[in-house]
Design a protein around this ligand. Structure first.
Ligand code: ADP
Ligand code: MG
Length: 635
């Protein structure tokens, strides 16, 4: 046996690294498995170049927990290391990396420490976070010369021993003697959890423990002629070493994508709406599959489902700040070797590469949506109602995405027809331009409640948009900023004449004096703080009394609801409406001419209630009184 001292000056590397390198000790398993995968892939590469003499054989990586011996072994059949290589890669590189890390790390602020951590891949050394002692037993693939198997052992201090080993098979065993306060890493359930989390899609099969399976017994049937099964124990393979996102989209069917979705989210039973397969190799390498999930009411719980990988090694599923905000609602996988592996979240968020990737993803998503729209508009329209929340969110929150999305974002009108922004403008421009040359886009938020208003607009050959989504209020505000010649008005924001003010007015049948005479008769019946009476000369066939709420007033109320409390210290805004009296409707003239005050009041009351009813404002006792009164009228 040979003893040695690793040439490092800092004696206290170990405690510092143990404390700071990774707040999550569990990372050690990811690191050691990654090394095993690297070693195996190196071997495969060498073999493909004809540089390996032996048969490769089974290359499965094994993870073996021995609770009695308190060891956890990671075994690969990869390239292995010679004594010289262990000295070079472990004693010198891995340890000096650790030392350099500690020197830089000391006396730094937390932010600086985070940035430093990001630059260090202290993979092998992380084994000491959970072990009192680490052994390496390794046999190189190389033949001849100093290629005997070696046994290295170290307790994390600069002292190590190295001796010959009689290991026969090519590859490396990393044996961790788990320390007492990290005992959980010997538990089967814990190891399984970590392997599933970090190694689920690594490119080399990873085996841990056994699993029970049902196997058909060939040539045997039970008395009813059914197949006979027996329980067999087989090696449990943790990972899918050929994940879908690495394959070529042309080789995949829709079904493959749904199956993979279920593999990613076994607990999510809803089918995704569609997927985007990313495959970028310039200006950086990025693969992945993003799914548009069917959203439930609550957007929050759906967030942060995207998993980030670096060469098939899981990095994080907390992608906030890494992918654009609106895309955090998507599900799926992103894989890029340019996503640094050994980093903290705050580091990822400030990394320039990551920023570039993030912008690029948004662009790719937009491109793909545009593709689908162009190639299969019918399909796109079918999905629009479900995906619009993602797209609108993106358009509101991301300037660049807005520009891209104007090519495929759709408006839907109350007849269920879809238009692009350009198409819609052409569709309504002629009929819906008001006297100030603004094009008025009419919209409804509740097709049933606003039915009569929608109908009135349609009678004028106006078009009405359906804007009933959770984000549509914000979207309308955003659109008015962008489409400067457009103004949005809810169909019930004004009488149909005024909604799109055309400057051509009908003459009024009642003069000002007559209007003054009828006003108090009407006001007697109404709550004057809530309703203000205005006269308008509408067509005879238009209702005698109508209730409207100005677009401005309603938006203020909406904002108030969102912000809670009063606007700018004014206290709560009052709920106010216009009570529009149609001076050309014969029923109004009739009231004016009616000399019986009782009958006059009765008629006004009935008309007023009907107007309330049309706006779904008649409720409770008033509604019940109205119904009774109406029955009385039929008698
Ligand atoms: P990195 O993986 O980033 O190079 P590590 O500290 O994880 O850093 O590993 C240091 C080096 O040790 C590796 O580059 C590799 O040369 C060697 N090594 C570690 N584990 C193995 C292994 N299982 N088989 C062969 N070589 C290994
Ligand atoms: Mg490594």
């Amino acid at each position: 046996m040979q003893k040695g001292k690793i040439n490092v000056q800092t004696e206290d590397i170990f405690p510092i690294i143990k404390k700071f390198l990774y707040s999550d000790h569990e990372i050690f398993l990811r690191e050691l498995i990654s090394n095993a995968v690297d070693a195996t892939q190196k071997l495969k590469t060498l073999a493909s170049m004809g540089k390996v003499k032996d048969e490769l054989g089974d290359l499965t990586i094994e993870v073996i927990a021995d609770k009695k011996a308190k060891t956890l072994t990671i075994r690969d059949k990869g390239v292995g290391m010679t004594a010289d290589e262990i000295d070079k890669y472990i004693n010198q590189i891995a340890f000096s990396g650790a030392e350099e890390f500690v020197k830089k790390f000391k006396n730094k602020s937390e932010a600086e420490q985070n940035a430093i951590i990001g630059h260090f891949g202290l993979g092998f050394y992380s084994a000491f976070m959970v072990s009192d002692n680490v052994e390496i037993i390794s046999k190189t693939y190389k033949k001849g010369g100093a290629t005997k198997a070696v046994h290295w052992q170290c307790d994390g201090s600069p002292d190590f021993t190295i001796e010959d080993s009689d290991k026969k098979e090519r590859g490396t065993d990393i044996i961790l003697h788990i320390s007492d306060d990290e005992k959980e890493f010997l538990e089967e359930s814990k190891i399984l959890e970590l392997l599933t989390k970090y190694s689920k899609f690594l490119p080399i099969p990873i085996q841990f423990g056994k699993e029970k399976n049902q196997e058909k017994v060939e040539g045997e049937k039970d008395k009813d002629g059914n197949d006979v099964y027996k329980e067999v124990e087989t090696d449990r393979i943790i990972n899918n070493s050929d994940p879908l996102w690495k394959k070529s989209p042309t080789d995949l069917k829709d079904e493959d994508y749904s199956n993979f979705y279920r593999e990613l989210y076994p607990m999510n039973f809803e089918e995704p709406l569609f997927h985007i397969h990313l495959n970028v190799d310039y200006p950086f390498n990025l693969t992945g599959v993003l799914y548009f999930p069917k959203l439930k009411k609550n957007l929050e719980v759906q967030k942060d489902k995207i998993q980030l990988y670096s060469n098939q090694v899981f990095v994080t599923d907390s992608v906030e700040g890494i992918v654009p905000e609106f895309l955090t609602l998507l599900h799926g996988v992103l894989d890029s070797p340019d996503i640094p592996l050994n980093v903290s979240r705050s580091y990822l968020q400030s990394d320039r590469n990551v920023k570039k990737i993030s912008n690029h993803i948004a662009k790719k998503v937009a491109d793909k949506l545009e593709d689908i729209f162009k190639n299969n508009r019918e399909e796109f329209e079918k999905k629009w109602d479900d995906i619009k929340v993602f797209i609108i969110y993106g358009m509101i929150s991301d300037e660049k995405f807005y520009e891209r999305a104007t090519k495929f974002a759709l408006f839907k009108n109350t007849d269920g027809k879809y238009f692009t922004f350009d198409e819609y403008k052409k569709h309504v421009e002629a009929a819906q331009k008001d006297k100030d040359k603004k094009i008025v886009y009419l919209y409804a938020t509740e097709l049933d409640e606003q039915y009569s208003y929608i109908q009135a607009a349609k009678d004028r050959a106006y078009d009405v948009l359906e804007m009933d989504g959770v984000l549509d209020n914000h979207f309308i505000n955003a659109l008015e900023q962008k489409l400067t010649d457009v103004q949005f008005k809810r169909v019930d924001a004004d009488t149909i004449e005024k909604l799109i003010d055309k400057d051509e007015k009908l003459p009024s049948k009642l003069d000002e004096k007559q209007q003054e005479a009828i006003k108090p008769v009407i006001e007697k019946n109404i709550n004057k703080t809530k309703f203000s009476v205005v006269f308008e000369s509408l067509s005879e066939t238009e209702a005698p009394i109508m209730i409207t709420q100005s677009e401005f007033m309603r938006r203020m109320k909406d904002m108030e609801k969102l912000g809670g409390g009063g606007m700018m210290g004014m206290g709560a805004l009052p709920e106010t409406y216009n009570l529009v009296v149609n001076s050309n409707n014969p029923l109004i003239t009739d009231i004016l001419e009616d000399k019986d005050e009782n009958s006059q009041q009765e008629k006004v009351k009935q008309m007023y209630d009907l107007a309330l009813l049309a706006q779904s404002l008649l409720k409770g006792k008033d509604l019940s009184d109205f119904i009774k009164r109406s029955f009385g009228l039929i008698k």
